[in-house]
Write a protein that binds this ligand. Structure first.
Ligand code: PLP
Ligand code: COI
Length: 365
């Protein structure tokens, strides 16, 4: 789905149309005070169009607002859609950085490949983030644990009901100031084991960040809420742990070994990747391998597993305090590693600690 011209395309000229009625500074400050995740949006968004004939073109910054979509737009029928989640962080000197955008750009390309969508060049991805921050930089909050959550997404906008990859595709980035994802900040979360539903299957779309995976997680997630749990964990067909609805999962063993599921059908998280790198730097043995639900439960019962935590961009790191299923409820041991890795990662992201891996990319100025 990527023509040679697209791959060579590193940047585009963005046309900027300012919002004629942006929020006032006072309104913005009020909105930034304690935003509920994903409910507040900035004054602008980025758009880029792709067509079969022209490739990526018509790059623009435009006022945030509803999209006019043909009712036959293929995304509404066949779900040809992918997205990303990445944050902008305000440093103490006022500058704005993002974290490993090359990784998000590469994952968006992998998702695009799986969903038969065109691949957005990585440089254009980062340029688009910069263009949005150039007009909406004031929306990057500066409170503790706050950030501007950036949501790039790509969907089939071609009006066509035949089942084939769309020949017209839209890319947008919207931005939403956020604080802690879970009420209670880094307090331990409870997890419902989805025994009746799977999120992904062999050869499916589990490794792609595509809306359908999240649609498939909503019913089991609703079950989790009914059971008083915060999140749902999914298994594969062999009983191996995959991931949560919107986060990866990591296990800490009493000898310091760190284990996280290896699976072709999970979303390879950039938070997970980074935490594993930080843990390796500290001398931990890090293993990506299959871990079954039995190994999890037995490991906790025997004391071999001393900590379990979830991680992702939105929630950062969340210790898991309870695992519940239809016929059991296991308290989980709480340790210090999750919180200490969380602190190290967020210190890097917010510029409080040396960025020794060169993960940060400046978005403003
Ligand atoms: N797994 C799923 C299903 C997710 O939605 C996310 C969040 O983006 C993750 C894992 C973690 O990925 P990342 O750390 O890149 O945000
Ligand atoms: C993220 O962490 O970026 C996610 O996508 C998780 C959820 C909000 C879907």
């Amino acid at each position: 789905m990527t023509s040679p011209a697209d791959t060579a395309l590193a940047s585009l000229e963005f046309a900027v149309t300012r919002n004629p009625a942006p929020r006032s500074a006072a309104e913005r400050e009020a909105a930034l005070r304690d935003p509920v995740f994903g409910t507040v949006f900035t004054d602008h968004m980025v758009g880029i169009t792709w067509t079969d004939g022209e490739g990526w073109h018509d790059a623009r910054v435009q006022p945030y607002g509803p999209l006019a979509l043909d009712p036959a737009a293929a995304v509404l029928h066949y779900g040809q859609e992918i997205f990303e989640g990445i944050k902008a962080y305000r440093h103490a000197d006022g500058s704005v950085y993002t974290f490993r955008p090359d990784q998000n750009a590469a994952r968006l390309q992998r998702s695009a490949h799986r969903l038969a969508l065109p691949e957005l060049p990585a440089d254009l991805f980062t340029q688009a983030l910069r263009e949005l921050i150039a007009v909406d930089g004031a929306w990057v909050p500066s409170g503790a644990d706050q950030s501007l959550y950036l949501r790039p997404f790509v969907f089939a906008s071609e009006p066509f009901l035949g089942v084939r990859p769309a020949r017209e595709v839209s890319f947008y980035i919207i931005a939403s100031p956020v604080g802690a994802y879970f009420k209670g900040g880094a307090k331990p979360v409870s997890i419902w084991l989805s025994e009746d539903y799977a999120r992904a299957g062999k050869g499916g779309t589990g490794a792609a960040k595509t809306g359908g995976n999240y649609a498939a997680s909503l019913l089991p997630q609703a079950e989790a809420y009914e059971q008083g749990c915060d999140q749902v964990v999914f298994l594969d067909a062999d009983g191996n742990v995959e991931e949560l609805g919107g986060m990866n999962v990591v296990f800490v063993y009493k000898d310091g070994t760190i284990v996280t599921p290896a699976s072709a059908s999970i979303l390879a998280g950039i938070t997970r990747l980074s935490l594993l790198e930080l843990a390796r730097d500290r001398g931990h043995d890090v293993q990506e391998r299959a871990i079954s639900i039995d190994e999890w439960r037995q490991g906790v019962a025997s004391g071999d597993i001393v900590e379990v935590f979830a991680c992702g961009t939105a929630a950062v790191v969340a210790p898991i305090g309870q695992l519940k299923g239809h016929a059991f409820s296991d308290e989980q041991p709480l340790g210090e590693l999750a919180l200490s890795l969380r602190e190290e990662l967020t210190d890097i992201q917010y510029g409080r600690r040396d960025d020794r891996h060169s993960w940060l990319v400046r978005l403003d100025g």
